[in-house]
Design a protein around this ligand. Structure first.
Ligand SMILES: CC(C)(COP(=O)(O)OP(=O)(O)OC[C@H]1O[C@@H](n2cnc3c(N)ncnc32)[C@H](O)[C@@H]1OP(=O)(O)O)[C@@H](O)C(=O)NCCC(=O)NCCS
Length: 299
């Protein structure tokens, strides 16, 4: 499976601990997983990660089509399609209303043929903090120099850090999450360390990473005690965070979070397409999605 899927997704190794964390220990429930066999050889795998969304006070049972692979010798023989259709039947039996995902170019066309529809694109943006550091990082990377990791921030995330904090409210579909989710997503995830910074009403969950020699800070969550937008407060807190970091730039998915951030230099890094397949006859009136960076990265 690693042969076809790769050994890592972003900076996350596909270890056994990671698979157990993702597919067995998820607070939304164990993943729906189907295997395809030819004689006694494993030739295909399909996993749907359970997720819960909310919109206008209603809970929506959803799954994310995350991991799928067909053995290279058996591709193009309909294994992915049959496994996915069988998984959708299982979803319907279990009252799952929606399947969503951010496909790669290998699987996008196949999902669209099976009934998925594009829901638009999510912009990934960066905010340069130290342009010179970015240049030095890339320069060193091109010439094979290994730059030391940035010093670890002092406060690793503890589950009760988020007790009085919420994501900014949104009209679109949002993940239905609570304290247990934060613990699983940010404290129990193997191989990655998340940090917490708070300044008054605003708080951030983030991780440090090195990419192409540059030190990046992935801003996974922007949280507040207040449901209302307070761009000035958020921006002031963010300036406080960046002063404590030795990151060259911040990176985030520009969606719900953009409302909190004051204008400034945010550079488009790329776009991630979101596709979805509703398994019920009547789609909800809102079909826009509002995810945090942390909902999207790592999976
Ligand atoms: C993407 C993947 C799972 C498809 O598996 P598969 O069993 O070969 O897919 P199927 O045979 O069911 O084909 C489904 C559709 O995929 C596309 N497809 C499959 N093989 C293809 C090939 N060799 N060339 C072009 N398109 C192909 C076609 O659109 C096909 O539709 P069709 O049957 O109407 O022609 C497989 O290519 C794979 O394992 N890729 C590597 C891992 C990966 O990228 N996974 C997805 C993200 S986690």
């Amino acid at each position: 499976m690693n042969l076809a899927l790769g050994v890592a997704v972003n900076s996350q190794p596909r270890s056994e601990a990671y698979w157990r964390w993702k597919h067995l220990h998820n607070p939304f429930g164990k993943s729906i997983m189907l295997l395809a066999w030819r004689d006694d050889e494993l030739v295909g795998f399909r996993a749907l990660l359970r997720w819960r969304l909310k919109s206008q006070g209603k809970t929506i049972n959803a799954v994310r089509a995350v991991d799928t692979v067909t053995h290279p010798d058996y591709q193009g023989q309909g294994i992915f399609s049959r496994l996915t259709l069988a998984a959708l039947e299982e979803c319907k039996r279990q009252d799952v209303c929606l399947v969503w995902n951010t496909p790669n170019q290998n699987s996008r066309a196949a999902y669209l043929k099976l009934g998925w529809r594009s829901q638009g694109k999510i912009n990934m943006v960066i905010k340069p903090l130290h342009p010179l550091g970015m240049l030095v990082g890339i320069w060193g990377h091109c010439f094979g120099q290994v730059r030391s990791d940035s010093p670890a921030p002092s406060h690793t995330l503890q589950p009760n850090d988020v007790r009085d904090l919420h994501r900014p409210t949104s009209d679109g579909l949002q993940s239905e999450i609570g304290e247990r989710y934060y613990q699983w997503r940010y404290c129990e995830v193997p191989h990655l360390q998340y940090f917490f910074y708070r300044d008054g009403d605003w708080a951030f969950i983030y991780r440090m990473n090195t990419r192409l020699g540059m030190r990046e800070c992935v801003l996974s969550e922007i949280l507040s005690t207040q449901p209302r937008d307070d761009t000035a407060g958020c921006s002031a807190a963010l300036r406080g965070l960046t002063r404590t970091l030795s990151a060259d730039y911040l990176v985030l998915a520009k969606q719900v979070q953009e409302r909190c951030l004051a204008a400034g230099v945010w550079i488009g890094l790329g776009k991630m397409e979101l596709i979805a397949n509703w398994l019920i006859d009547a789609e909800p009136t809102t079909s826009s999605f509002s995810f945090s960076t942390g909902d999207l990265e790592v999976f």
